[in-house]
Design a protein around this ligand. Structure first.
Ligand code: SF4
Length: 227
């Protein structure tokens, strides 16, 4: 069940600025209240492509294979309904020697997928999303996938920041990248004040995080898709 396949330059997290091909799965039942892609919630196949066609399309959009990175995203690509196709896609892309990143909602660890890909971008949800990520999930990632993942948290307000700070302090010394992304909501102008405050809170409270904006939204606006 796919929503779209497109080439874009990574706009967030530690790989910001890196061109890649995004394969977006269609279907998510996590229900973040501030989700910026509710159009990906319904489980349906918008593309109707065979795996063979998907691979040809990825190759074409990767400038005939010159771009070597693919990001699997959603929706929630790790929803059980998607996992069989994700596994098949990963197998085929690895056979073609692509670097594979997967955007995980934070709700679940799927080892059979994580073991086969190169990098995991894993959400730790904040109170403003209305969704809770078990801290146990982050501990497991740290134990099993050291050097192969980042945590991402979208920060809407100071409550969100303090919540993430408490979680990070509970983990004690950690040595993986934890990225704070200032929320840049639909219909909003550039969130410079929120951005500056998050930088300030982070500097004042131990500098545990990396604060990185969603550059694609800065460039194209919060509404534009496939950028
Ligand atoms: S996990 Fe992602 S796609 Fe699903 S509701 Fe949350 S933000 Fe939206």
């Amino acid at each position: 069940m796919l929503n779209s396949i497109y080439r874009a330059t990574e706009g967030e997290g530690i790989h910001v600025g890196t061109p890649q091909v995004f394969v977006r799965f269609q279907g998510c039942n996590i229900g973040c209240v501030n989700c910026d892609s509710t159009d990906t919630w319904e489980f349906e196949d918008l593309l109707g492509m065979t795996m063979e066609k998907v691979l040809v399309d990825v190759h074409e959009k990767a400038n005939k294979g010159r771009i070597r990175r693919v990001s699997i995203t959603g929706g929630d690509p790790l929803h059980p309904k998607h996992v069989p196709m994700v596994k098949k896609l990963v197998r085929e892309l690895k056979a073609r020697r692509y670097f594979i990143n997967l955007e995980a909602s934070g709700a679940r660890l799927v080892h059979e997928v994580f073991d086969a890909i190169d990098f995991i971008s894993f959400d730790y949800k904040t109170p403003s999303t209305g969704v809770k990520t078990p801290l146990e999930n982050i501990k497991q990632l740290a134990e099993q996938y050291q050097g192969r993942f980042q945590i991402k948290s979208v920060i809407e307000n100071e409550d969100d920041f303090r919540y993430v700070l408490r979680a990070a302090e509970q983990l004690g010394d950690f040595d993986f990248p934890w990225v704070l992304t200032p929320a840049f909501n639909l219909g909003e102008l550039l969130p410079f004040e929120r951005f500056k405050k998050i930088i300030q809170w982070n500097e004042e409270s131990g500098a545990l995080f990396r604060v990185i904006a969603q550059q694609h939204k800065v460039i194209h606006g919060a509404e534009k898709k496939q950028v």
